[in-house]
Design a protein around this ligand. Structure first.
Ligand SMILES: [Zn+2]
Length: 331
């Protein structure tokens, strides 16, 4: 943990300020303790990451499995190649761009392996990445050389961060994996400054009937309760099936004008043409994530509106790839 992170942190118990109890004189604490000045509650810093969740004892079963399976996913699909992720990231948070991020204080809500933090580091003033799962440790290892990036392990619904401090918050592909997406959205909203901005990208319900009626029941009943190693093997074989179709059918239709008319008859074309140039590992990763999460909400436009109805006059909702929603909220 970079020691200057402490000014943004507060106690989960009483919201009081925290202090480092046994830190060395350099800027980084790898193992130590944080202590609440008010109520004396202590929090551990382990392998560079301050831990604000005892979720292995406190959280409910589904949240635990979600965290465990995503930690596995971030570990197995661990590459952070910036050129690959940058375009995808800015597409998810469009119209936010590099210029907007310049000099901003940013929260990555559900940071996974920290790859988006690596993308934004050259632009932002400072950023904090939060993840409930042990992927926080992978994110820390990936970003510890970046002086303006901090990582904490915490639940998005129970953040040890002061209110109204961020210029910008983004949460990409995370809110729909929390138990109550609306509560999560509202809890994140509290952390933005007045006039600050928040981007959220979530799965859509419309156009996803085949996922909701075919994949989802299978995920809930079978795959999400399997050990992640088994889900990995299963997703590998499904990727072996899907990958050649993407390369031999969707990619040429996407590339050559003369083949464009076929796009109308191809199944799930807007999304599959979007991912058809991804490599095998990324396709495998996408399938794994769809099979592994016990909690996945596919939100209709009305549910998305409800998600943000506490702030509807300042929110913009966009239909993305005809299968998901891109939301921009201004406080
Ligand atoms: Zn306290």
């Amino acid at each position: 943990m970079k020691n200057n992170l402490i000014k943004y942190l507060c106690c989960l118990n009483c919201r009081g300020d925290l202090r480092l109890t046994n830190h060395s004189n350099d800027n980084e604490t790898t193992n130590g303790k944080l202590n609440c000045i008010n109520c004396n509650k202590t929090y551990e810093i382990l392998n560079g990451v301050p831990i604000f969740t005892n979720f292995y004892s406190d959280q409910n079963y589904k949240v635990k499995i979600t965290a465990k399976n995503f930690a596995y996913s971030w570990q197995k699909f661990s590459r952070t190649d910036k050129s690959f992720y940058k375009g995808q990231f800015f597409d998810w948070i469009n119209p936010i761009n590099e210029d907007f991020l310049r000099g901003k204080f940013v929260l990555d809500a559900g940071c996974g392996k920290g790859h988006h933090l690596m993308t934004i580091s050259p632009y932002v003033k400072e950023a904090i990445g939060v993840d409930i799962s042990d992927s926080a440790f992978i994110a820390y290892e990936n970003t510890k050389h970046l002086q303006n990036i901090h990582i904490i392990q915490a639940d998005l619904n129970c953040l040890p961060l002061k209110d109204e401090i961020f210029d910008y918050i983004y949460s990409v592909g995370v809110v729909h994996h929390t138990e109550f997406p609306k509560v999560t959205t509202q809890n994140l909203y509290k952390k933005i400054k007045k006039d600050g901005v928040m981007s959220i990208w979530v799965y859509g319900k419309e156009n996803n009937w085949w996922i909701i009626y075919l994949i989802d029941p299978m995920r809930k009943l079978i795959t999400s309760i399997l050990p992640p190693q088994i889900i990995h093997i299963l997703s590998f074989f499904l990727a072996l099936f899907l990958f050649p179709i993407l390369k031999l059918v969707y990619s040429p239709v996407n590339k050559f004008k003369i083949l464009k008319p076929f796009s109308k008859i191809l199944f799930y074309y807007p999304y599959l043409s979007y991912i058809c140039n991804f490599d095998f590992i990324e396709i495998n990763n996408i399938i794994f994530d769809h099979l592994a999460a016990p909690i996945s909400h596919y939100l209709s436009k009305n549910e998305v509106k409800d998600l943000i109805n506490f702030n509807s006059h300042k929110a913009k909702i966009e239909w993305h790839n005809e299968n998901s929603w891109r939301i921009l909220i201004t406080r």
